[in-house]
Every structure is written in structure tokens, then in C-alpha cells.
Write a protein that binds this ligand. Structure first.
Ligand code: ZN
Length: 372
């Protein structure tokens, strides 16, 4: 029998607490006590903190440049190279699964290595606001292109200035997207800062609301009631603001980014109070962002989310949203996606420094190991 036992580690439980114990890896899954005796390799993991693999449910794995025109100039080979680079960085950060929020096509998804990836292929946005019939056809097209999710940009984003909460689609268009997606059995993820589009998305059955910067108490109650997730992507706005102020991103982005930085902590606390399920998403799309995915958890903790809840949002929260409740927990028989930290990952400074991630396993296979 093959496999490994990591003994005397701090192991994250399904309830968000760490306990001293052993983790057994055998044949790609977590083993039980009875497997331990037969396993050949035993490691003393004293001082290591073990968690399930993290899931980033909002990343743009194919992107390294902010400017869409710059991305479009890339050859297929260059795009494939970028995806390999980003996937490697993401994995090394302790992220074993992603949901791509736009840009990662089915051919490019061949380049992600061991990373688990769910695709939305391409977003439906302002250029698709051409009536319900057009949108029904677009959803079908995305399904044919390999989308497992439909991504809708239902309000403006950080480039929209004051118009950031204004709906992109009318109600019939938004409904056409959701109804068509449901017929094709595809869940819908909706970019919505706030306003009526956010409420409509929840009413039409969105599986997750992305960003939710301006979400109200009533909308939180509705999200909790219908069981939708909120994916705050809280860190990216501070990052964008810093770059806009430094001039490495267009300064025009600064006002909306600043508004997000100011409003987001309240939005996240509202979600917690109403019992809305949270999942970790970074919205990473730049070299400097891929590979720093756990910054999001540090930012959530600093916004008032208890560290245990943040770690669960980053693991089982994400896997539940993706319909993979077999992942995101260290449990006998579950696929062995495992992250080893050399320090307590409940501390924001540890989450901010990817060098604390010393080993990453996916399906029991060691895919990343820090240089010693
Ligand atoms: Zn995004």
C-alpha cells in the first residue's frame, strides 16, 4: 500500500477549529485509522497547519493584463503560457480549485495542470443587452463552448464611476438568461454591486452574487432565504485603488474603488448577520494578483469576519457553491486536496505571505512544495 501519514499536525475540522492529529493520504483520498498502519511513509508534521485545498470561485485565470485590447493581441501560444503561469502561481498559494469568471476557454483549460477548474468561458455584459432572444442564444452558445457556469455582469464595475449600481440588462433580459441557464442545468453567477439588478438576480435564482459592495439588509435577508452565496472579492478594490493612485492603473478607476473599499466591510458584516453563505473569490486578473489568492481571506478577517468562518468560506464554502461537497473537508474517503502551512493560517499576515504554504496536494498528489 502506498501513501503517507502526516502526524502531530494542527488539522482544520469541518467546524473551523484546529485539532492536533494525523492526516492520512492513500490512493488519492484521505484515509482512516485502519489505513495508517499500512502506509509506508510517516512524517512528523509538528508545527504544520493542515487545511483542505482552498477554492477561488472568482478568478480570471487567462488574464495577466488589465487592458482587454492588450489581452486580445496575444497568440494562442502566449495565452496558453499565461494560463500555465497563473495556474502554477494559484496552486502554489494553496488554491486547488477555481471557478473562472470569464476568459478561460475550454482549450485554454487544458493548460491548468492539476488545478480543478470550472469554466464560465465568457461573460454576458453590456454588449449582449440586445433583447431576450439574443440572450437565450448566447447562453446556449456558452453551454456549447463548455461553460459549466453562466457569468452575468448585471451592473457596472469599478470602471463605471457613479453608474456602478445601474442595471445592465432589463428585467426580461435578465430573466431570459436565468431561465435558459436553468433549462440547460447551468448555475448562474451574477456580478452585481447592488441596486435592483441584485434583487432581480436573487429572485431569478442566481447561485452567487459577485462583489455585492452595496448590498442592503433586505437583499441580505433575501439572499439567505433563497440560499444564494455572496462572493465579496473585498481585497481587489484596495489593490485597484492603490494601483490607480500610483498610476499603474488608470486613475479613473480610483473613485469607484475607493467607494468599494469604504462600503465593503459593512456589506460583508450585513451578510454575516443575515446568515448569508460566503465563498472566497479574488477577481485576480494580473500577474501581481494570481498567487496571492489568500489575501482575500486576510481582507475578510480584517473586515470583521471571524477567522474560522473565513477559512471555511475559502474551503467548504467554495466547494459547496461549486456543487462539490465531497471536497473542502478533510474526511475519510474524500479526495485528498490538502494544504500545509508552516504557521497558523488564521493570522492575516500568514495568509498574506504565500511562502507559508509549504506543500499542496491535489487528489493525493504533491503538486507544490516550497523550496527548503
Ligand atoms: Zn471578475
Amino acid at each position: 500500500m502506498s501513501g503517507a501519514v502526516l502526524e502531530n499536525a494542527q488539522v482544520l475540522g469541518a467546524d473551523g477549529t484546529f485539532r492536533t492529529g494525523a492526516v492520512i493520504l492513500t490512493d488519492g483520498v484521505f484515509g482512516g485509522e485502519e489505513d495508517a498502519a499500512a502506509v509506508v511513509e510517516r512524517f512528523d508534521a509538528t508545527g504544520l497547519w493542515l487545511t483542505p485545498g482552498f477554492v477561488d470561485v472568482h478568478t480570471h485565470l487567462a488574464w495577466r493584463a488589465f487592458d482587454a485590447a492588450e489581452r486580445q493581441r496575444l497568440s494562442p501560444e502566449e495565452q496558453a503560457r499565461d494560463v500555465r503561469f497563473n495556474a502554477g502561481r494559484t496552486l502554489a498559494a494553496g488554491v486547488t480549485g477555481i471557478r473562472d469568471a470569464g476568459g478561460l476557454t475550454a482549450p485554454l483549460a487544458q493548460e491548468v495542470g492539476g488545478l480543478r477548474a470550472a469554466l464560465s468561458v465568457q461573460m454576458l455584459g453590456a454588449e449582449d443587452a440586445r433583447g431576450p432572444a439574443h440572450l437565450r442564444a448566447r447562453v446556449q452558445e456558452l453551454a456549447d463552448a463548455g461553460a459549466a457556469w453562466i457569468k452575468v455582469v448585471a451592473t457596472g464595475g469599478v470602471g463605471a464611476g457613479d453608474a456602478v449600481g445601474v442595471p445592465v440588462f432589463d428585467e426580461l433580459e435578465l430573466k431570459a438568461i436565468h431561465v435558459t441557464a436553468a433549462r440547460l442545468n447551468l448555475p448562474v453567477m451574477v456580478h452585481a454591486w447592488g441596486g435592483p439588478a441584485l434583487t432581480q438576480a436573487l429572485e431569478f435564482g442566481a447561485a452567487s452574487i459577485e462583489h455585492a459592495v452595496l448590498i442592503t439588509q433586505d437583499q441580505c435577508r433575501l439572499a439567505a432565504e433563497v440560499g444564494a452565496f455572496v462572493v465579496p472579492t473585498i481585497w481587489i478594490y484596495a489593490d485597484v485603488l492603490a494601483m490607480a493612485e500610483a498610476g499603474t492603473l488608470p486613475p479613473v478607476l480610483a473613485p469607484a474603488a475607493r467607494r468599494a473599499v469604504e462600503a465593503h466591510p459593512l456589506a460583508v458584516r450585513r451578510c454575516l448577520e443575515a446568515g448569508v453563505k460566503l465563498a472566497m473569490g479574488t477577481d485576480a486578473g494580473l500577474d501581481t494578483q494570481h498567487g496571492h489568492n489568500l489575501w482575500e481571506l486576510a481582507a475578510l478577517i480584517e473586515a470583521g469576519v471571524p477567522a474560522d468562518i473565513a477559512l471555511l468560506a475559502g474551503t467548504s464554502g467554495g466547494t459547496r457553491l461549486l456543487g462539490r461537497s465531497d471536497l473542502g473537508v478533510i474526511r475519510q474517503g474524500a479526495p485528498a486536496d490538502l494544504v500545509c502551512f508552516n504557521a497558523d493560517p488564521r493570522r492575516p499576515e500568514v495568509l498574506r505571505d504565500p511562502s507559508h504554504v509549504v506543500a499542496v496536494y491535489v487528489r493525493g498528489e504533491l503538486l507544490h512544495q516550497a523550496a527548503v
